[in-house]
Write a protein that binds this ligand. Structure first.
Ligand SMILES: [Fe+2]
Length: 246
């Protein structure tokens, strides 16, 4: 019995010791000053401004196919998923600070090479999906998290950069419109307003008639790149986040 109580006292003392730091203790040092790095790049004449203007990023519709809790990873599509390989990269910026925003959480989601989301079961070859279908998909048939496809979250690095690999999604028909190929984004950073948007791709014939794409300035020009292991598409997409409550 005595032995037990000694043991308890010992454990309690151990916990207290772990909590009581000496007055001289300093927090773990932070990483090198990012803003110093930006100034260094500016000094070298490197381009350290967002693509486009210093405007908060144009918002677009959420659409019916967003799902919370996507896995954190740098590849949107499954390994060996069919389609044209696409590498997207960019930076997230603060509108007021005009500095890159580290640790921004990005949700990225898209259709597959046939224009189908994981919310949708087998595509209906007999008819185009209607907007009511889309609302239905949103309402009740979100796949279990383990079955999420073509949706990820990722976090920007110390310099506000992100990069992911995917395939270029196909356009898809919904209601009376055909949505051009697009990738959905949601960006959330501390102290900033959340932005929900989409990027489209230059040269897509469906942009002009799409009610949202036709009003969007976010049309990305994709470059064909010859890489070490083959050819793929590359696109840059920067986001600028307004200050929260501004
Ligand atoms: Fe979409």
């Amino acid at each position: 019995m005595k032995q037990d109580s000694n043991r308890r006292e010992f454990l309690a003392l151990g916990s207290l010791a772990a909590l009581a730091l000496p007055a001289s203790a300093a927090p773990t040092p932070s990483t090198e000053d990012n803003h110093g790095y930006i100034n260094f790049l500016k000094g070298k004449g490197e381009d350290v401004v967002p693509e486009g203007k210093w405007k908060a990023t144009h918002a677009d519709i959420l659409g019916p196919f967003w799902a919370g809790g996507a896995p954190y990873r740098g590849k949107v599509t499954a390994p060996l998923a069919p389609g044209e390989l696409l590498v997207m990269r960019g930076r997230v910026w603060g509108h007021r600070s005009r500095e890159p925003l580290a640790h921004t959480v990005l949700d990225i989601w898209q259709a597959d090479h046939k224009g189908v989301y994981d919310f949708q079961t087998a595509p209906r070859p007999d008819r185009r999906p209607t907007l009511a279908d889309a609302r239905g998909f949103s309402g009740g048939t979100q796949p279990a998290r383990a079955n999420f496809k073509n949706r990820i979250r990722l976090v920007t690095d110390e310099q506000g950069f992100y990069e992911y690999e995917t395939i270029k999604p196909a356009a898809y028909g919904i209601g009376s419109t055909t949505r051009p190929s697009h990738i959905h984004y949601m960006a959330q950073a501390k102290g900033h307003a959340r932005v929900i948007t989409q990027c489209y791709f230059k040269g897509d014939k469906h942009i002009a008639k799409d009610p949202w794409a036709s009003k969007s300035p976010l049309i990305v020009t994709l470059k064909k790149v010859k890489g070490e292991y083959g050819t793929y598409l590359e696109g840059q997409f920067d986001l600028v986040l307004a200050t929260a409550g501004a």
